[in-house]
Design a protein. Structure first.
Length: 153
């Protein structure tokens, strides 16, 4: 006595197998898409790391050139301020309080070495003067608080 599977049950099994196969097939290709997107993101990170490396090279050039002119990089704090402007890309901005032969030499050397990656501005205060004001405020905090001039945020 042999049992035969009715025709409609055979179709049901065939549809189930085809559905499972199709699902597995599409999931395989969908995962390949996800891996491709991850690889693209990793590539973008590598480009960003290259950009950061390039920026760091420019900062080191600036620091070394300033140090060779002033004796040490920290001496620039007596002449003005330095900051990195990333609002519109990358630019080293150096603000000088006064212009003299030394600041003109720094401007010329850095303009030659860094081109458009460096910008110069006029500032009202040097970094060291600003630090002294900050220290004075913190040193006199109690008297400023008692007179109502200083309040913690």
């Amino acid at each position: 006595m042999s049992k035969t599977i009715p025709h409609f049950q055979m179709k049901k099994v065939l549809y189930a197998v085809l559905s499972a196969f199709s699902f597995a097939f599409f999931m395989f290709f969908y995962n390949q898409q996800v891996f491709a997107e991850v690889d693209l993101k990793e590539l973008e990170k590598e480009v960003s790391q290259e950009q950061i490396s390039s920026e760091m090279d420019d900062i080191i050039v600036m620091q070394n050139e300033v140090a060779s002119i002033l004796g040490s990089y920290e001496e620039i704090q007596n002449y003005g301020t330095v900051y990195i402007d990333r609002a519109n890309g990358f630019k080293i901005v150096i603000g000088f309080k006064n212009e003299d032969l030394i600041t003109n030499r720094i401007k010329n050397v850095l303009s030659e070495k860094l081109g458009e990656k460096v910008e110069f501005a006029v500032t009202d205060i040097t970094y060291n003067e600003l630090s002294k004001i900050k220290d004075d405020i913190f040193d006199n905090r109690e008297s400023l608080e008692s007179s109502g001039v200083y309040a913690e945020a």
